[in-house]
Design a protein around this ligand. Sequence first.
Ligand SMILES: Cc1cc2nc3c(=O)[nH]c(=O)nc-3n(C[C@H](O)[C@H](O)[C@H](O)COP(=O)(O)OP(=O)(O)OC[C@H]3O[C@@H](n4cnc5c(N)ncnc54)[C@H](O)[C@@H]3O)c2cc1C
Length: 355
Amino acid sequence: MTWAELREAVLARGFKTRFWGSYSGLHANVGGGMSMNAISHGQGCAGDAAISFDIITGTGELLRTGSALSDKSVPFSRHYGPDLTGLFTGDCGVMGVKARITLPLVKARPAFATASFSFPSFEALHGAFRAVGIEDICEENFGLNEVLQQGQLGKADTAAKVEMAGKIVKQSGMLKGAAKLAKMAFAGEKEIAAASHAGHFIVEGIDQAEANGRIALVKRLCGEFGTEIPNSVPEVVRAMPFAPFHNVLGPKGERWLPCHAQLAHDRAVPFHHALQALLAEEADCMARHGIVVGGMFMAVGSTASSMSRPSTGPMRRMPITSGSSIPIIWPACQPIPAQQRTRPRRCGSRAGSSI
Ligand SMILES: Cc1cc2nc3c(=O)[nH]c(=O)nc-3n(C[C@H](O)[C@H](O)[C@H](O)COP(=O)(O)OP(=O)(O)OC[C@H]3O[C@@H](n4cnc5c(N)ncnc54)[C@H](O)[C@@H]3O)c2cc1C
């Protein structure tokens, strides 16, 4: 079952799961998310949200975790003796196959509010995310650097953007409200694209007054680090949380190569500086190979920073991209000839080094 299917099924009954999917949730499964300890939609990470697994072990036995371990009980609690559920989260599937996953439900909140901020530096962005994270009031948060913020949309002309928005909306089965969504997507475009680091926040509430109160606190905290900008990006994400996979290729057919790390909050800024130094060292080489590095940031709960630095360039494509609907969205996106492709592992004198 995909995260999108799970979300739809439980929302129809007025519920949600605390963590409810990765951005890839239109195709990514709950089992994959648990095994990769996915992050993004909802609170915390996938592993935090699991209460019990039915695991088929390597020897073909069935192992139940949590309270379900007792024959007389049902999977209502993760803690039944030692926590075995945690052992199987983020295991990439090597510890066994998750045949059944139990996630506790909570009431869905009908009201929401969003806000976006521009920050002058990574340090300012991180300061704001950390301050918001410790308040534990956000349903979602994500920060983008200028490469991702301007992104693929920034490279297309307006007619192409309108056409693309229409196609994305149609493919998502969201014909109702399509015009509204397209309008939202382009509101405040210039200010959004100008942000060197942008932070986007979504809060929920039992009613609009509660959602407004939470977003007011987000704005007050972020206002100490940056400047408010139009909130089109989180509005679009809220309207279409599981977007089709158009962004796995750039408009010129470039491939994205994601790379992620989770760190304690106080390690995020030193890590960022070390990584920037490495990228500066390799800048000439990356320019020669047409490689550009984006940046995505998230506060995961009150303790962790998620840093994602995807690179894009004329690299060999994965099979998933050739079979997808990307050519519909980017008609000019032809496969990159083999002689023009780059092989990032060979790029730079410090290939294979770590920081
Ligand atoms: C466009 C795009 C957006 C993305 N956005 C996010 C994001 O927001 N957050 C994020 O965390 N990641 C994101 N990802 C990465 C990826 O989608 C996630 O890691 C996702 O959780 C993988 O799920 P899957 O179902 O595709 O698993 P797969 O890729 O099929 O499998 C992943 C691993 O889990 C194992 N596995 C799968 N199912 C089971 C099972 N039932 N039992 C045991 N092991 C199993 C597999 O063996 C494999 O090792 C994104 C990827 C793309 C392409």
